[in-house]
Design a protein around this ligand. Structure first.
Ligand code: ADP
Ligand code: MG
Length: 436
């Protein structure tokens, strides 16, 4: 049996750090990138006795704006819960997260099938919740160092249904999420800085089966779209090989080792955590009303996939529509110039695609316009060509005798006659036609 007899099942968990000014539950600065280790800590994040968490309103609003942009239901009742586990970079012994009442649930996003662009496929989003990031452990010379700067950074977690059937689909979806948070201006989602982190859950089943496999392998430490594809591809091969040799697969967590290009076991099901979630007693539950949502969801930016659809409907060709829709600056240039410029629609699209910003687009349009308006009419050109031929018999003879440069002189006469308004190439064509 080969890979062709199996189908890949993938579900994603995506973490995104929000770029709020302060932490999720404290007033300490959230700008921890390159800050001196432990220079941005706070009693709340360090779990000091008596320190009380105060939720960051902006972080909650941004999560809800993301949820609405991804077609989620925004829960009116919501709360934070304690997720209990021990880890050195989690000094409280629990993480503040959300359990059964996340801010956003049941969303979806339609992705373009990477192998067939005209087809779309709906990916269901299970939930989007908000939690605090943990600190960072660094292992060096047999010692472990802890930096709590990152602890308390607002972290959005987005969980999808196991709807993906290929790493490419997962990749397309993840890039759309990255675009969405950038356009909402809630995160820079720079994967190299850990601002966006991917986890892929992977299993395989025989083609034709409809039940989900009773196991899934969770792939962690993925910090680029390419690594995600590589890790999933490796994992699919490994799982098929195991199943083919009669092995049973279990739920486990594996890490992607980029250097070795393979996944390695980190945790198996036997050690799976029981987090004993319970509601955070120091933060009252939320009850959002219509007025609240109306205020928070005001002026939502248009998502790039909506712009793309709109451009396609207006007749923009597929590659151009994608390019303009996913580049905010180009899209703005396009919208602005559509009102101002009198260029034909298709020509305007081409100018926007081929220029780097609005200024250069406007310059290009001016160039095109001046060329059009200054070009002399056909009759005037014809007259000038005839005059050039009649007035310069020597040059005409030279040309007829094979002296190609003579044509340049004749073109020059046409340009003089038309005060430089003629199109030189057109004049040359006409002259050559007449003389041959
Ligand atoms: P749990 O409650 O144990 O965390 P979930 O149902 O929440 O499990 O699933 C977590 C992630 O795993 C989701 O992204 C989901 O889509 C994915 N997932 C669930 N079952 C499978 C499966 N059989 N194969 C691949 N991914 C799966
Ligand atoms: Mg889960």
């Amino acid at each position: 049996m080969s890979n062709k007899n199996y189908e890949t099942i993938i579900g994603l968990e995506i973490h995104i750090q929000l770029k709020t000014k302060t932490g999720l539950f404290s007033s300490v600065s959230n700008d921890s990138w390159q800050a001196k280790p432990n220079s941005l800590t706070n009693p709340v994040e360090l779990g000091l006795p008596g320190a009380l968490p105060a939720p960051n309103k902006t972080a909650i609003e941004w999560t809800q704006r993301l949820g609405r942009s991804l077609n989620c239901r925004l829960n009116t009742k919501s709360k934070f819960d304690r997720k209990n586990y021990f880890y050195p970079d989690l000094p409280r012994g629990y993480q503040l997260s959300q359990y059964d009442e996340p801010f956003c649930e049941d969303g979806f996003l339609d992705i373009k099938d990477p192998s067939n662009h005209t087809q779309t496929k709906r990916i269901h989003i299970t939930r989007i919740h908000l939690e605090e990031d943990s600190g960072k452990s660094m292992h060096k010379d047999g010692k472990t160092y802890l930096d709590f700067n990152k602890a308390g950074t607002p972290l959005v977690e987005l969980v999808t249904e196991p709807d993906f059937r290929s790493p490419d689909e997962a990749s397309v979806f993840s890039k759309m999420i990255q675009e969405a948070v950038r356009i909402l201006d809630i995160s820079d989602a720079d994967m190299e800085k850990g601002q966006m982190r991917l986890e892929a859950n992977v299993s395989v089943r025989k083609l034709g089966e409809t039940e989900l496999p009773n196991y899934r392998v969770e792939l962690k430490n993925i910090n680029s779209f390419k690594f995600m594809r590589d890790a999933i591809n490796y994992e699919v091969e490994r799982q098929i090989k195991a199943l083919e040799s009669g092995e049973e697969l279990f739920q486990e967590t594996r890490g992607w080792m980029e250097k070795e290009q393979k996944t390695v076991l980190q945790r198996s099901k036997e050690e799976a955590h029981d987090y004993r979630y319970f509601p955070e007693p120091d933060i009252p539950p939320f009850d959002f009303d219509d007025d609240y949502f109306a205020r928070v969801l005001k002026d939502l930016p248009v998502m790039p996939w909506k712009k793309e659809e709109d451009l396609l409907n207006r007749g923009v060709r597929e590659d151009y529509a994608h390019l303009i829709a996913y580049d905010s600056a180009k899209y703005a240039t396009f919208e602005n110039l559509l009102e101002k410029s009198e260029l034909a629609f298709e020509e305007l699209v081409k100018v926007v695609v081929n220029t780097k910003d609005q200024d250069s687009a406007e310059a290009e349009i001016e160039r095109i316009n001046s060329k059009q308006s200054s070009t002399v009419g056909d009759d005037a050109l014809k007259q000038a060509v005839e005059k050039s031929i009649n007035d310069n018999p020597n040059a005409v003879d030279d040309f007829k005798n094979g002296k190609e440069t003579a044509i340049k002189f004749l073109i020059g006469q046409v340009m003089r006659e038309t005060k430089g308004q003629a199109d030189a190439q057109q004049a040359e064509e006409m002259l050559v036609n007449k003389l041959s």
